[in-house]
Design a protein around this ligand. Structure first.
Ligand code: ADP
Ligand code: ASP
Ligand code: MG
Length: 411
């Protein structure tokens, strides 16, 4: 008998029937003799609707107030699910993030979990209770409610699994596992039976919304086996773990894509070395994530730097840079919206230097021009026009043979 953490996403708890379906999956696990902690998201599209409500007042609502608002979504679900479990004759109790002892840094909208005070949850589990916790939220040292970033309930679940030393964390969602690419958009996307933490971390960071990147990070750091599976269908999901059996000699394991990318260019850097460190320092201090960075030197001795960000951060980025213009020492800022990032990921790339070339060739054959590139040992990312995103992902998925059982062993 061990402890299992189960997490159910928005679609899986979208209405009362589905909440009863979730209650049944929880009860099944409990009847197998396990202790169960359940983490849930807000129902259906609740979080999006709450965002729209706030934006009807102000396009850039105060971040503290957004956390106050968005954290209510999950609070509805914990209460309804717990009520369903009690109605079915099981002892259950619900907790918000702060009640569950989930402490975060003080960064509204995208906080990291720093610590989980598990005493209360552990003693309730010992009493045999099913514990239901609100995903996506925590509390700072000084009692402020924070949220963990969109999709952050996965991270609540894995962090609880790590803190409570769970045997496994099961992420129940609206697809049957992790696929070679998003099955909603890519024809022939195929479910993977397993994938390594590192590959999953890259895919998640590069836009495969099926798992929150920090959830994968926690799972890797604490060696928590993570399973992604369907809350509706009864089939084996995908296991994410350290060592995976090489079911095929895969070079590329997945294609990820992400829209709403903007490229910012800061021109006329006077003192390039200091300006560069100050620019990225000041953006980091404001919680703005910078992705691909390209530096270039113009003839007149001044330099320029381009970098990509999420378009959601455009307003803050410009604001922060302009406010610090003197200190940062630059002339002007330009930007290009309407971009997207399409990436290929696979640990087989380490020993296959031709993969990036193959990727560019496939994109060129399809008349898709590449604006920025970044690589690591196990991924190649390209920034392209957003209008080409789905086509690029599809031709790369086809081109690297991901839909078939056998992938090219060498390139
Ligand atoms: P939940 O509300 O359960 O957290 P999400 O919408 O966050 O669900 O994540 C599930 C969705 O992730 C799927 O519906 C699918 O469209 C998308 N997705 C993106 N990339 C992948 C992938 N590689 N494999 C599976 N699903 C993916
Ligand atoms: N409800 C939050 C969101 O929609 C968190 C989550 O579902 O994981 O992003
Ligand atoms: Mg999710």
């Amino acid at each position: 008998m061990g402890l299992i953490v189960q997490k159910f996403g928005g679609t899986s708890v979208g209405d009362i029937d589905r909440i009863f379906n979730v209650a049944n999956r929880v009860i099944e696990e409990k009847k197998r003799g396990n202790d169960v902690v359940v983490v849930v998201s807000a129902m259906g599209k609740t979080t999006d609707q709450l965002v729209q409500l706030a934006k009807a007042i102000d396009d850039h609502p105060p971040k503290r107030e957004m956390d106050m608002l968005l954290s209510t979504g999950e609070q509805v679900t914990i209460s309804l699910l717990t009520t369903a479990l009690i109605k079915k004759g099981f002892e259950a109790i619900s907790f918000t993030g702060w009640q569950a002892g989930i402490q975060t840094e003080k960064l509204h909208g995208n906080a990291r979990i720093l610590n989980i005070e598990t005493k209360k949850l552990s003693s309730l589990l010992e009493e045999g209770k099913i514990v239901v916790v609100a995903g996506f939220q925590g509390v700072t040292e000084d009692g402020e409610i924070t949220t963990l970033g969109r999709g952050g309930s996965d991270t609540t679940a894995v962090a609880l699994a790590a803190a409570l030393k769970a045997e496994r964390c099961d992420i129940y969602t609206d697809v049957t596992g992790v696929f070679t690419s998003d099955p909603r958009y890519i024809k022939g996307a195929r479910k993977l039976s397993s994938i390594s933490y590192d590959e999953m971390l890259e895919l998640a960071n590069l836009g495969a919304g099926v798992l929150h990147p920090r959830a994968v990070e926690f799972a890797k750091n604490y060696s928590i086996p993570l399973v992604v599976r369907s809350s509706m269908e009864r089939e084996n999901g995908t296991i994410i773990e350290e060592e995976i059996s090489m079911e095929q000699n895969l070079v590329v394991r997945g294609v990820a894509f992400e829209d709403d990318i903007t490229r910012i260019t800061v021109e006329g850097l006077k003192d390039e070395i200091n300006s560069l460190s100050s620019i990225f320092g000041v953006l980091a201090d404001h919680g703005i994530n910078v992705d691909i960075i390209i530096q270039s030197r113009i003839h007149d001795q001044t330099g320029s730097v381009s970098f990509s960000i999420k378009t959601d951060d455009l307003h803050d980025t410009i604001h922060v840079l302009e406010r610090n213009k003197e200190k940062l020492g630059f002339d002007s800022i330009t930007y290009e919206e309407g971009l997207a990032k399409v990436s290929i990921v696979g640990s087989g790339m380490i020993s296959n230097p031709g993969v990036a070339a193959e990727m560019f060739a496939i994109l060129a054959e399809n008349h898709i021009s590449v604006k920025m590139v970044s690589t690591s040992e196990i991924k190649v990312s390209t920034v392209i026009d957003q209008k080409d995103m789905e086509k690029a992902a599809q031709v790369l998925h086809d081109g690297f043979g991901l839909a078939q059982q056998k992938t090219k062993a060498t390139i």
